[in-house]
Design a binder for this molecule. Structure first.
Ligand code: NAI
Length: 262
């Protein structure tokens, strides 16, 4: 007979949890028995999904805040950690494409909004999670992208790509700094994933002035020629969240069907 060992319940905070990759990850974590704290700016979305999650018997709490707001984010992380009675996993995932425009016409406010939502929030989430993870260790997973790390052909996405490249550099610095506390820090870099993110992108009329024609091979994506799904990304996040990846820190995991290698 095989002995059964019950593993301690993991406690995870997920940002951008009301949609796409964050939602799929929250759902998978719950299926795996995690307790979850959900953060998103979309309060109605959070209310609806946490109602659904709770109906399945899951332990789930949420706070609706803008992840770039230092004061509100700290309060949310403190309160959620208190409700969860600890913190093992932080998934810093909330992000926007923002405005895609030529650098010459991209406003400073548009630049700041993208950088603050994507990069500043990653710094803030990590900073506020450290005190709770210091004693027993933990795993921090950051959603970067193929944009800004392997591909640079989304013209007009200078702020977005800079934020995503910055997240990878931050991942590596944090991995080294936090290794002494047994806190692992890794980034996932999804390729094109079918979520709502593109609908929320502002495309400037001047984009055509800076575009360079890119010749893609016929047939698009190397693996299966299909757009990736949030559920596939969530499986990678789960791997990085658990002891299955115990010796992995400071690395990027590309979840893109090899599209960024073309
Ligand atoms: P999504 O738009 O479906 O979900 C993003 C969630 O973040 C939304 O629920 C939104 O309300 C929330 N959010 C946005 N700004 C926020 C703020 N200031 N404060 C709190 N919550 C905020 O998008 P998706 O695709 O799930 O994106 C998640 C992450 O994945 C982002 O960091 C994105 O850059 C990254 N990513 C997405 C790819 C894709 O093709 N969908 C590819 C590569 C990376």
């Amino acid at each position: 007979m095989t002995a059964t060992h019950s593993l301690p319940t993991k406690k995870a905070i997920i940002t951008g949890a009301a949609s796409g990759i964050g939602y799929a990850t929250a759902k998978l974590f719950i299926e795996k028995g995690f307790k979850v704290g959900l953060i998103d700016a979309d309060s109605q979305g959070l209310e609806d999904i946490s109602k659904d999650f709770k109906q399945t018997g899951a332990e789930c709490y949420y706070r609706s805040v803008d992840v770039s707001d230092e004061v509100l984010l700290k309060k949310a992380i403190d309160e959620l950690t208190s409700r969860l009675q600890g913190l093992d996993v932080l998934f810093s995932n909330a992000g926007i494409n923002g405005t895609w425009a030529p650098i010459e016409t991209l406003s400073t406010a548009e630049w700041d909004q993208t950088i603050n939502t994507n990069l500043r929030s990653t710094f803030l989430c990590t900073k506020f999670a450290i005190p709770y993870m210091k004693e027993s260790g933990g795993s921090i997973i950051i959603t970067s992208s193929i944009n800004g790390t392997r591909i640079f052909n989304n013209f007009g996405a200078s702020a977005y790509s800079a934020s995503k490249a910055g997240q990878v550099a931050f991942t590596k610095m944090a991995a080294l700094e936090l290794a002494r506390y047994n806190i692992r820090v890794n980034a996932i870099c999804p390729g094109a994933i079918d979520t709502a993110i593109n609908e929320k992108t502002t495309y400037s009329d001047e984009l055509k002035e800076i575009e360079i024609k890119v010749e893609f091979p016929e047939g698009d994506r190397p693996l299966k020629n299909e757009t990736g799904t949030s559920e596939q990304v969530a499986q990678s996040v789960l791997f990085l969240a658990t002891d299955a990846s115990a010796n992995i820190s400071g690395t990027e995991l590309y979840v893109d069907g090899a599209e960024s290698l073309l």
